[in-house]
Write a protein that binds this ligand. Structure first.
Ligand code: HEM
Length: 355
């Protein structure tokens, strides 16, 4: 990592945990100030809950949606921030659903996630509404409910930081990240009726040993074939996924995979989604989608921790700042980011109080 002023990212790069809560909220009309007030308190609230069981490694990542950004802050916006764009293929659709705030809570123990989620939602009562909440759990050896190990090909170390962290391309927002979440429901009865060999051809990896199928046998409509994307330079473009199974047995029962993908630019995840839903070439949609229905979809910017601690001014003067002040502040933030060689201007990704 480059030296220079530490621009601490939020705790995006946390190893897969055994518990997580995904909270998607919309901000109620007039609730903006309460949300702004919460942002600088997030680190302290996380610390207070996490300290009660330090071995649980509680983390909290907050993301802000495109419309919400303009309601909360004046001044420049993260360059890649836009609402989630629906992807419609011939057979399957990835819908766009409401979401102003994403709170991604992770720990080795669900009690820690639950306690923090309770404190945060109580703070936001009357200001924001939870529109989707999923409790994710570890399923055996990091498998999804389809029975396959999920997360194997995530980048590691420096490659992971480069894949998810905004750098010199958007200096005012360096240290940030983009995240897309989607809730998928599985038709497990139909999936489990497939012979394992066909399941493996749908995923592109073996089920028990989690080994990638040889290119000669990996079908073009397999999940792994369609989510592999390369840039103009021929290099693989990567994202970090922290998918978790979730489910309940009420009524007819509902269970699936909560997809969460962090990236330096949302373009990469969006290209993967087009490949999955439309096909590459069009018509070869992802075979997993014949057993998995996307029911939500939203996109957020995950600011560097410093921006949460000291958010830009509110859009209206009466709410605490002017647009001109915001421009000055973002320029000042950019100036603290030392990016002499085009490398990432991020500090240590080790645990710090800013988690
Ligand atoms: C129903 C939802 C999903 C399930 C059950 C699922 C499951 C899996 C599994 C089992 C693997 C193979 C092991 C691994 O490398 O993690 C995988 C790989 C991958 N998935 Fe998904 N996934 C889902 C949705 C998505 C979505 C929506 C995206 C991106 C938009 C995505 C991107 C990827 C990528 C990039 C890989 C690694 C491909 C490689 O380079 O080998 N997945 N997924």
């Amino acid at each position: 990592m480059p030296s220079g002023p530490a621009l601490q990212s939020q705790a995006v790069l946390t190893p897969l945990t055994s518990a997580a809560i995904f909270l998607v909220l919309t901000i109620d009309p007039g609730g903006e100030q309460a949300v702004r007030d919460l942002l600088p308190d997030l680190a302290g609230l996380r610390r207070a809950v996490g300290f009660r069981a330090p071995e649980g490694g509680l983390t909290c990542v907050a993301g802000i949606g495109s419309d919400a950004w303009d309601r909360l802050f004046a001044g420049p916006r993260p360059a890649g921030l836009h609402p989630f764009r629906e992807v419609a293929g011939a057979r399957h659709r990835a819908p766009a659903t409401p979401g102003d705030l994403l709170l991604h809570l992770r720990a080795a123990r669900m009690d820690l996630c639950f306690e923090l989620a309770g404190q945060l939602t109580r703070r936001l009562a009357g200001a924001a509404t939870v529109v989707d909440a999923a409790h994710g759990f570890r399923y055996f050896d990091d498998r999804d409910l389809l029975g396959f190990v999920d997360g194997t090909e995530n980048p590691e170390g420096r490659a992971a930081a480069e894949a998810v962290t905004v750098g010199a391309e958007d200096r005012g927002f360096a240290g940030g990240s983009y995240v897309i979440v989607q809730k998928y429901l599985h038709d497990l009865a139909a999936w489990n009726a497939l012979p394992v060999e066909q399941q493996e051809r749908a995923v592109g990896r073996t089920k028990l040993a989690d080994v990638e199928l040889d290119d000669a046998v990996k079908p073009p409509d397999s999940h792994v074939a369609l989510t592999g994307v390369t840039g103009p330079d021929g290099r693989e473009r990567q994202i970090m996924r922290f998918n978790m199974p979730f489910g309940s047995f009420e009524g007819e029962g509902e269970s699936g995979t909560y997809f969460i993908g962090y990236a330096r630019t949302p373009e990469v995840t969006e290209e993967m989604l087009r490949n999955m839903f439309v096909g590459r070439p069009p018509g070869t949609h992802d075979r997993l989608l014949d057993f998995s229905t996307a029911v939500t979809g939203s996109l957020y910017f995950v600011p560097a921790a410093a921006l949460l601690d000291d958010p830009p001014p509110a859009p209206s003067p009466s709410a605490g700042g002017t647009a001109a002040e915001a421009v000055t502040r973002t320029a000042a933030h950019a100036a603290t980011v030392s990016v002499p060689d085009g490398s990432l201007a991020i500090g240590s990704l080790k645990r710090t109080p800013a988690r």
